[in-house]
Design a protein around this ligand. Sequence first.
Ligand code: FAD
Length: 524
Amino acid sequence: MNTASNQSNSETALDAEVILVGYGPTAVAAANFLGAYGIKTIAFERYKDIYARARAVTVNDWTMRCFQSVGLDADLLKDMDPTNTLLWKTYSGKELMRINLNKSTLGQPASSMIYQPVMEQTLRTGVEHHACVDVQFGKQVTHVSQDAHCASVEVADVETGVTTTVRARYVLACDGGSSGVRTQLDIPLIGSTINTLWVVIDARVKKWWPERHILKFWSDKQRPVVDIPLSLGNHRWEFPLSDKESEKDFETKEQLWKMLSTMGITPEHVEIHQHAFYRHHVRRAARWREGRVFLLGDAAHMMPPWAGQGMQSGIRDSFNLCWKLREVIKGRLPESVLDTYESERAPNVAMITDVSEELGRVIKMTMTGPEKIKAMVGGLLSKLKLPIPPSPLDKPPTIGKGWITGALSGKSAVGQMIAQPRVSTPAGHRCRLDDLLGHDFVMLGDEVDPASLLSVQERKAWDSLGTRYIAVRSAVGSARGDTDIMDMEGTLLNWLRQRQTKAVVVRPDRFVAAAYGTGLSVPK
Ligand SMILES: Cc1cc2nc3c(=O)[nH]c(=O)nc-3n(C[C@H](O)[C@H](O)[C@H](O)COP(=O)(O)OP(=O)(O)OC[C@H]3O[C@@H](n4cnc5c(N)ncnc54)[C@H](O)[C@@H]3O)c2cc1C
């Protein structure tokens, strides 16, 4: 690293390929992905320890699939609890509505309750296995600059104040909602902050109470409450304050116990260990890329927590961008592919933000009866074109405009995340699909060698990206080659046939880049 900052960037060797600013959930996910790809990375985090306040409460199948790609899903799941049900009920105990979450097609639990500090620790431990990633704590990034050759950050040691300049090809600003990088780049933050103040009470469970394990929304004429069974014996309640109330009304434990007692919770059941006040934001950065610098996670977008998707969206940002960076750094794809990070992620974040806002409106309503709440939730689902009873979060992820070939249509496989069933190698080793796909581009064919469907030029282009070609065979048939995949329950072949295609090219993030029938050329 260079201690002088007045040298021209172009004259100086790079310290890394990628710099991560911050080391919250978005950055630690990126560090795992880049580490697994062998990309030299340095992360700077101003704090020495993990942020102790648990904020995120849940993760879904898509996020767990991201972590599966770096072999961390089993370790993470050990500390999570499955969530199968969302329940709306009144203070008097009357059930208003129940949504049972569908089994996921993505090969991971549909939804799990987490305890964020423990989850982050597991992700940090995962990074320690990657020698190419250097994480530096107690280091604050104070300035970012760039030229045609590289990006530079100035980093101050929080204790000594000593500054250094560090250079890399790309900087990922994962520095949270009040991102200093975003401010310094003068990127406007569009949107608003919702005026309602919420008090969030975190507690440790001492003694079980009825239905403690069910995620509940207390929806009544009294104050609505979100009642959340976090994993590892932790529990959370979130209460909105009325216009007449302020933080002063909830300063003491006595005031908090009064709130909890409305749901029958007493010091016999839990020990309160912290409480905090939040106002929720609906905001996004006007652009997510400025040359060599990218905004990810809360630095790029903030949403209310009601769909439990804020942190997850940051993790998915990282998964989307990191394989693209890998391809550009290796010289296999042009720089322009990096523009598809925003064009692919921003619409998904916008959709999920809408769902979150709408759920917030449902939660905050003082309900007069089941009909009203059913109408609200039903309206939300129909807006998303989903049948009742699946939850809005069951919708399989799809990308629109981005690094894909061919026009999107309802039936087309292009832009969709491929299902993840149980499969087997021809030698009888059973596993999940992704465990065979690895980090590569993979072309899958329905009972056919997919390479045989490519023109000479298409084959050359996919070969240059290291694509593997795999025939998917029915488990009731025979294998023909050593690399075939046996489809144990017919799920994968059905998935292809429902989308009227004989072959698809799957990207490292499991989205379909191209399909037979709508064009198999490498996306531009
Ligand atoms: C009450 C509440 C409930 C929530 N529930 C959920 C949920 O259920 N599910 C969900 O997915 N999300 C949830 N969220 C949202 C989630 O917590 C955030 O979206 C997530 O923490 C964002 O992660 P991040 O890594 O982008 O940013 P952050 O978590 O803010 O991390 C940014 C990191 O960057 C560091 N940093 C900042 N500036 C610098 C600098 N200049 N130099 C070095 N380091 C720096 C910070 O110290 C910090 O560690 C909830 C949020 C709240 C408030």
